[in-house]
Each structure stands twice: as structure tokens, then as C-alpha cells.
Design a binder for this molecule. Structure first.
Ligand code: NDP
Length: 298
């Protein structure tokens, strides 16, 4: 049976380290890192994520700001808030919770965030830096960055020559994940909905990352024996066995059968999920170190 990769415990390690490095920064007489989270509208899932981000920021010892705006907020008003946060020296990281209401152009908002405060790593400057291997100054999107840390925990830092298959090519997970694996000298293939014979391709992977959004799509016999399987998917499916109307979370990988083949695998929940918020804290800390003229912590 595969080693179960405990994302919750790795995320707790990351948060502990961020907290310690925040204390070091403050001890040097520098301002504590500031994270501003902006939410527009009342999407219940977004509210849960935002509350959790603000709570973890406080736990790290950050200056934590939250802008909760009504759903009818105009694009212009939101751009003004972003401009103010860009200019505020107490703010090192700006996160606009997605999705935004349909009348606001999310792309325009993201590109309005100062690249050095773009701790989600979605600004073109940061996308470009990741794509060209400028990892010392890039902000890398949190979910792939967290997935990479989990891979390194299992396989060590030297991933040279390993075959990596990333299933999914979104801008927030699949593409940045593939770029990180490429920067780590893996031989990377990106698969998507038009890929032919995905099971055969997946079986070539020493590292298999699933970021599809389709419950338990990746079957046990798609997994190469001994592979590291990172399941980014979060899907809610009905669970009548738990009672009428109940549901449960599953990943994009059929966990039980994949765990019989894999060398190591992330569970859902408790795998990649907790890493996303932890890496947001790490990015905000890095931004604060850079703003203070210090070397970014590794
Ligand atoms: P998107 O919907 O943006 O992208 C899904 C990708 O999967 C697309 O590239 C699509 O291909 C591909 N795909 C869809 N169907 C198939 C198929 N049958 N075979 C092969 N590829 C397929 O999703 P995200 O990248 O935003 O998210 C992926 C999953 O990760 C979701 O479950 C999401 O909830 C989860 N997630 C988890 C996070 C966490 O913190 N753990 C954070 C972010 C996301 P094509 O491009 O051809 O359409």
C-alpha cells in the first residue's frame, strides 16, 4: 500500500515556519507582513475560504485586512480598492477571492494588482517569471506550489529525469504545476480533455498530478507501480450511505484502487487542500521580506 502524504501536517509545518520567520522579521525592527483579502458577494464557499485565510494570517502574526464588499460593487470601485492596497506599505499581499460577480472582469482586476503583491501568482508578470524559470522573484500560484512541496517531501529535491504527467491545463493549477515540474528537470507531459489514450499516458508517470475536477476519474490501473500521485481535485458527491441528502468529498483519483499501485498518494480531503492556504502565507511572507530589502526565505 502507498504511503499516505499528510498534507495537513506539512501545511502545519509551513505555517509554523512562516510564524517563526515573521517573528524574526519583527525582531529586526521591520513591519509585520500584511495580507489583504478582498471578497465581493456572498458565495458561501468563498466566505469559508476567506475566513480561513484571514484566520491563518492572524495565526502567522500577520497584519490581516479583510474587505467584504456587496455583490453589486462596481468594477471601478473594486479597482479603486486595489489601487489603494497597491499603495499601502502595510500591505504585502493582495488576494481577490474568485469567482467575482459576472459584471466584474476578473482578468482586469487580477492584472491591476501590483505584481510584487500578487501572492496568488496570477498576474502576467508572475506567470511569465514562472514560465522563464525566474523562480527567485516569481510568486507561484499556491495550489501547485503546495503540491510541489508535497512531491519533494516524498521524492526529495532532485526530481531530475522523472516522467511527470499533469492532467489538467488550467492557468491556476495545471499549467503552473507543469512549469514547476519542468523547472525541477522532470520530463513533463500535460494532458487535457482532448488527450488520446490518457490511461496509457498516465501509466508512464513517475509523478502523476490530477487537476481535472471529475470525481474519481483516474483509476488504479492508470497508475504506474510506485508512482507519486498528487490529487488536486475536490469534488462533492452524494453519499446516501451517510444519510439522505448527505455528501462527501472525493478527489479526481479513485483513491482506494490507486493507493494499491502508487508509492505515495495524497488523500482528499487532507492532501493538497490544506497546502493552498499555507503557501499563501509563505508567499506573503516572501513579499514582506523582499519589500524589507531582505533575501526571500527558501
Ligand atoms: P478547470 O476546470 O479550470 O480545468 C480542468 C482541466 O481538466 C481542463 O484543462 C480540462 O481540459 C481537463 N479535463 C476535463 N475533463 C477531462 C478529461 N475527461 N480528461 C482529461 N482532462 C480533462 O479546473 P481547475 O484546474 O481550476 O481545478 C481542477 C480541480 O482542482 C477541481 O476539482 C478543483 O476543485 C480543484 N482545485 C483544488 C484546489 C485546492 O486547493 N486543492 C485549488 C484549485 C482547484 P480542457 O482544457 O481540454 O477543457
Amino acid at each position: 500500500m502507498a504511503e499516505v502524504i499528510d498534507g495537513k501536517s506539512v501545511a502545519e509545518d509551513v505555517v509554523r515556519t512562516v510564524k517563526a520567520l515573521t517573528a524574526e522579521l519583527v525582531a529586526k525592527g521591520k513591519a509585520k507582513p500584511g495580507l489583504a483579502v478582498v471578497i465581493v458577494g456572498e458565495d458561501p464557499a468563498s466566505q469559508v475560504y476567506v475566513a480561513s485565510k484571514s484566520r491563518t494570517a492572524k495565526e502567522c502574526g500577520f497584519h490581516s485586512l479583510q474587505h467584504t464588499l456587496p455583490a453589486e460593487t462596481s468594477e471601478e470601485a473594486l479597482l479603486k480598492i486595489i489601487a489603494d492596497l497597491n499603495a499601502d506599505p502595510a500591505v504585502n499581499g493582495i488576494l481577490v477571492q474568485l469567482p467575482l460577480p459576472a459584471h466584474i472582469d476578473a482578468g482586469k482586476i487580477i492584472q491591476a494588482i501590483a505584481p510584487q503583491k500578487d501572492v496568488d501568482g496570477f498576474h502576467f508578470i508572475n506567470v511569465g517569471k514562472l514560465g522563464t524559470g525566474e523562480l527567485d522573484t516569481a510568486f507561484v500560484p499556491c495550489t501547485p506550489a503546495g503540491s510541489m512541496l508535497l512531491i519533494e517531501r516524498v521524492r526529495g529535491k532532485d526530481l531530475s529525469g522523472l516522467n511527470a504527467v499533469v492532467v489538467g491545463r488550467s492557468n491556476i493549477v495545471g499549467k503552473p504545476m507543469a512549469n514547476l515540474l519542468l523547472a525541477a528537470n522532470c520530463t513533463v507531459t500535460i494532458a487535457h480533455s482532448r488527450t488520446k489514450d490518457l490511461p496509457a499516458l498516465a501509466r508512464t508517470a513517475d509523478i502523476l498530478v490530477a487537476a481535472v475536477g471529475r470525481p474519481e476519474m483516474i483509476k488504479g490501473d492508470w497508475v504506474k507501480p510506485g508512482a507519486t500521485v498528487i490529487d488536486v481535485g475536490i469534488n462533492r458527491i452524494p453519499a446516501p450511505e451517510k444519510g439522505e441528502g448527505k455528501s462527501r468529498l472525493v478527489g479526481d483519483v479513485a483513491y482506494a484502487e490507486a493507493a494499491r499501485q502508487a508509492g505515495a498518494i495524497t488523500p482528499v480531503p487532507g492532501g493538497v487542500g490544506p497546502m493552498t492556504i499555507a503557501m499563501l502565507m509563505a508567499n506573503t511572507l516572501a513579499s514582506a521580506y523582499l519589500a524589507a530589502g531582505l533575501k526571500r526565505p527558501s
